[in-house]
Design a protein around this ligand. Structure first.
Ligand SMILES: C[S@@+](CC[C@H](N)C(=O)[O-])C[C@H]1O[C@@H](n2cnc3c(N)ncnc32)[C@H](O)[C@@H]1O
Length: 422
């Protein structure tokens, strides 16, 4: 198999693995890339085509429907979608895409004549196809159901931006490191910035020195708003791979915990680069000893991750929906447990990278109903974040949607501060 065919074949394998086995992109990608002798250019190409095929999967379904009378099977649909994405959205030379896709079709026993004819048809109607737009009802049913009762959800804005590339945002350990930072950037605060670069993250200025980490702008804000954490005993219950923990560790001590040993290993690598040395635990948060109490608990709970859809487009692409029953129960249990580990006047920061009601306000409201000794402490952003007050509701919830901040793409994120009053 020549190099070009091999890269397309691997793209097909990765996408099939994600769809059929419900795997995360990173896991499937590593499985088919590591040790296969691809160079950096091939790897970037495979990464780019896979991510964009998942981002455009709903567009591709509409396009394929236009050109086929009977339904396609999963393999046909995946192979053709990845070819359509290369031609229509990534503007790769159509001649090469058609040839290589036909070669892969032969290998995976999809009728090559059919693939060839369909892609030629796409090429003949390129202008019309590139204008195809999706609507709410083209999204998976579970998504439509989750946002059904969501007030102020600007679906048109969401549809326009969810399939774009995420922006790269860095958070610095302190202001002085951002002042000395050499790459072109746009400041988002005194110690954070959006960076426009095609470099690998590890090639960006001062990566090795551990002066900054990658963290989305929206997910930085809840802890950035609240700078009064000096001398508090702090537990980060679900800490890996570490963004929120690094924010805390830049000014304070903290205990970091996570249930997942692989993610703890990533956390340790990050901590070592950033030269932080906190205490690390590897417990199920629900098993924490309630004799030891903290002043502050960061609960960045496991969730559907829908707010990170640009970085994790597999959420819409996978054949299975997120298990909302199990996630919502775990979110409730971890919040309840955190309340038992908190000192009087202590604070829980409950956060999720989600904007679904079921993972955000619903969890908080049912917790507050049961725990009358807790109340919401409204965020009051310090001076440098005054202009972001509009992100806080009258009830005190912080919420962003995965749309735009200025010219940059940001994640959807939710946070609330819960105070124990007795
Ligand atoms: C949203 S991620 C945390 C992200 C992290 N706070 C950050 O800023 O990089 C949720 C984490 O919760 C962990 N987790 C899931 N269930 C848990 C449990 N029962 N106890 C402790 N951690 C858990 C997962 O392994 C995952 O790393």
């Amino acid at each position: 198999m020549n190099r070009s065919t091999k890269t397309r074949y691997v793209i097909f394998q990765i996408l099939v693995e994600i769809f059929k086995k419900n795997k995360n992109f990173e896991t499937a990608f590593n499985k088919y890339i590591i040790g296969r002798g691809f160079n950096q250019k091939d790897i970037s190409f495979i990464n780019n085509v896979c991510l964009n095929t998942m981002r455009r999967s709903m567009h591709c379904k509409l396009i394929l429907k236009k050109f086929t009378k009977s339904g396609l099977n999963t393999n046909q649909c995946i192979l053709l979608s990845s070819a359509i994405v290369q031609i229509v959205y990534l503007k790769i030379k159509p001649y090469a895409v058609v040839n290589e896709t036909v070669n892969v079709a032969k290998k995976v026993k999809i009728f090559p004549g059919f693939v060839n004819a369909l892609l030629k048809n796409v090429l003949n109607n390129l202008n019309e196809i590139s204008k195809i737009e999706i609507k709410l009802l083209d999204f998976p049913e579970w998504f439509v159901k989750q946002i059904k009762n969501k007030k102020n959800f600007e679906i048109d804005k969401f549809i326009k931006t969810f399939c774009e590339q995420p922006s790269l945002h860095l958070v610095f350990k302190s202001e002085k490191y951002l002042t000395n930072f050499k790459e072109p950037h746009t400041k988002s605060s005194k110690y954070s910035a959006f960076v426009e670069t095609h470099k690998k993250v590890s090639d960006i200025d001062n990566f090795e020195k551990g002066e900054w980490w990658v963290q989305d702008f929206a997910s930085m804000l809840p802890l950035a708003f609240n700078s009064k954490t000096k001398n508090l005993s702090i537990l980060d219950m679900c800490a890996a791979p570490g963004g929120k923990a690094f924010q805390i560790l830049s000014n304070n001590k903290a205990v970091l915990n996570d249930i997942n040993i692989k993610r703890i290993s990533k956390l340790k690598t990050n901590l070592s680069r950033l030269k932080f040395k906190p205490k690390i635990m590897n417990l199920n948060g629900l098993d924490f000893d309630e004799c030891h109490k903290f002043d502050m608990i960061i609960l960045d709970a496991p969730c559907s991750s829908i707010g990170t859809i640009r970085r994790h487009p597999e959420i819409f692409f996978k054949s299975k929906e997120p298990d909302f029953g199990a996630l919502n129960q775990l979110q409730k249990n971890l919040l309840e447990k955190s309340s038992k580990l908190l000192k009087t006047k202590g604070k829980i920061v409950y956060m999720v990278c989600s904007f679904f009601y079921s993972e955000t306000i619903d969890i908080v409201e049912s917790f507050l109903k049961k725990n009358r000794n807790f109340s919401i402490e409204r965020y009051s952003p310090n001076k440098q974040f005054y202009d972001l007050k509009y992100l806080i509701s009258k009830e005190g919830y912080f919420l962003t949607l995965p749309t735009k901040y200025k010219n940059f793409n940001i994640d959807g994120f939710f946070a609330v501060q819960l105070i124990r009053n007795d």
